[in-house]
Design a protein around this ligand. Structure first.
Ligand code: C2G
Length: 449
């Protein structure tokens, strides 16, 4: 009996896939099909696969061509599978020519001609092409634009900024305007990365125009405004996403799960530091202190791990002449049974690490923890220590955009509840972040040094 094996993602299974499977089967008597797991696809750069592993496996099974379906979970697995199942022929489409020649050492390798004119990428694009406008601080928009190129289904077709001095050439070639209304008239959604004092007004206008919004945290400068926007998004049937790329880093997300699963016992203390030495003038002439620049990111793990039911928040800030521009701030948060300290700086440099201490052990995330691919769980007995690594591409930005698109789709299909599951940041966390920013802006319990 001749055994044949082939692999693929098989997202939105189409006749190109089916033809390949049929021809693969015809090469022998028994066909094994390896379907890639979501994690493996992520590490190989396929980030916006539409269907779950279960759906993709079910679709491959339903073709009736495969004798056995397996899951491909790690790099190098093909060699293991070929040996394990005694495979005679490995086959894959001609888009991979040369790539798998190394398998010749274990079995015969056959590249089958790819079917022209159809692909999962095209199907994903057809399913929904969301037109998005970028709003705000030009330097960061350049980064976001680059990251969007990895996400199918999104087209950036305009920029609204007050200062296009630092826009990249690609962005300058799009429609650039300083009028938000003009931008809103030609997009389905907007991404906002402006100074937080503009967020409320910009989001309100976007939501009133029926546009979906993803806005860098904080959503607004006061909790009341934040609540108002949440209600407005609901009334207008729009997605409103609080944007913090860290929440979409796989390592960070897995770390949260391990903590919830009790790996370090009960969490008693969290220390998070975020600093960057950038001059305020570089940011569109706006004066961004440490709190607007880093506060929301640094507060994220605190509220996601310890919850938002804190008893007390005290802030110490070192400011320039203007009290709203803090070059360094320290936030001390007390909970009934835990404490947290956040240090943020735009005029001070420190080690940007995250330490989460529990009753049984602690988690250490090295700098820069907010775009991490790695962390360690450490115990009293170092032999029990564990290290975790998860590939992170593009600082998490591209994964965040995939989630934004999935949420927009869920809304379009009338499954708004599903979008809450896709969103990695709970509304209560967004509100707590806005509340602390409001406290800082109003100088309540803030000691200036
Ligand atoms: N295919 C094809 N014609 C198309 C599209 C896809 O023949 N129009 C083939 C591909 O060449 C591949 C299979 O169908 O052999 C599955 O395609 P994908 O789901 O895109 O998976 P891919 O990323 O190519 O995975 O490590 C190798 C991979 O697992 C192959």
């Amino acid at each position: 009996m001749i055994k044949v094996i082939t692999y693929g993602t098989y997202d939105l299974l189409h006749h190109g896939h089916v033809r390949l499977l049929e021809r693969a089967k015809a090469l022998g008597d028994y066909l094994i099909v390896g379907v890639t797991s979501d994690d493996f696809d992520k590490t190989r750069g396929k980030i916006n696969v539409q269907q779950s592993l279960e759906e993709r496996v079910a679709a491959v099974r339903a073709t009736g061509v495969a004798d056995k379906v397996i899951i491909e979970e790690y790099e190098g697995q093909k060699i293991d599978d070929i040996r394990k199942y005694g495979v005679d022929i490995f086959t894959v489409g001609s888009d991979w020519i040369g790539h798998f020649d190394y398998l010749n050492e274990y079995c015969k390798v056959v590249y089958l001609p790819r079917t022209e004119g159809i692909s999962s990428t095209e199907l994903r694009d057809q399913k929904r092409l969301i037109k998005v406008g970028l709003v705000g601080y030009e330097k960061y928009l350049n980064k976001v634009y680059k990251e969007c190129q990895f996400v199918n289904g999104v087209r950036i077709n305009g920029v609204c900024t007050q200062n296009s001095r630092e826009l990249s050439e690609e962005l300058l070639s799009l429609d650039t305007t300083d009028s938000l209304d003009e931008l809103l008239s030609k997009v389905d959604a907007v991404y906002i990365h402006s100074h937080p004092k503009y967020h409320y007004d910009e989001m309100k206008r976007a939501l009133q125009a029926g546009k979906h919004v993803m806005c860098e945290s904080p959503l607004a400068e006061t909790e009341r405004e934040c609540r108002e926007l949440i209600a407005m998004a609901q009334e207008n049937n729009c997605v409103m996403m609080d944007s913090l790329r860290t929440a979409y880093s796989t390592a960070y997300a897995r770390m949260l799960l391990l903590i919830k699963g009790g790996k370090i016992g009960e969490v008693v203390s969290i220390d998070a530091t975020c600093t960057s030495l950038r001059t305020n003038s570089a940011v569109s002439g706006e004066k961004w202190g440490s709190m607007p620049a880093w506060g929301p990111t640094a507060l994220l793990p605190i509220f996601q791990i310890l919850g938002t039911g804190y008893s007390d928040v005290k802030i110490t800030s070192r400011c320039e002449n203007d009290r709203s521009v803090d070059v360094f701030s320290k936030i001390d948060i007390t909970y009934p049974k835990a404490v947290a300290t956040v240090k943020v700086g735009t005029g001070v440099k420190s080690e940007g690490e995250l330490v989460i201490a529990g009753t049984q052990g602690y988690i250490y995330v090295p700098a820069p923890w907010w775009k991490t691919d790695y962390f360690e769980i450490r115990y009293e007995n170092p032999e029990e220590n564990r290290r975790y690594f998860y590939q992170l591409d593009g600082e998490g930005i591209r994964y965040e955009w995939v989630s934004f698109l999935k949420m927009i789709n869920a809304f379009a299909e009338g499954k708004a509840e599903e979008s809450a599951y896709i969103d990695n940041i709970d509304r209560s966390v967004s509100l707590a972040i806005a509340r602390v920013m409001e406290q800082f802006n109003n100088g309540i319990d803030v000691k200036y040094i």
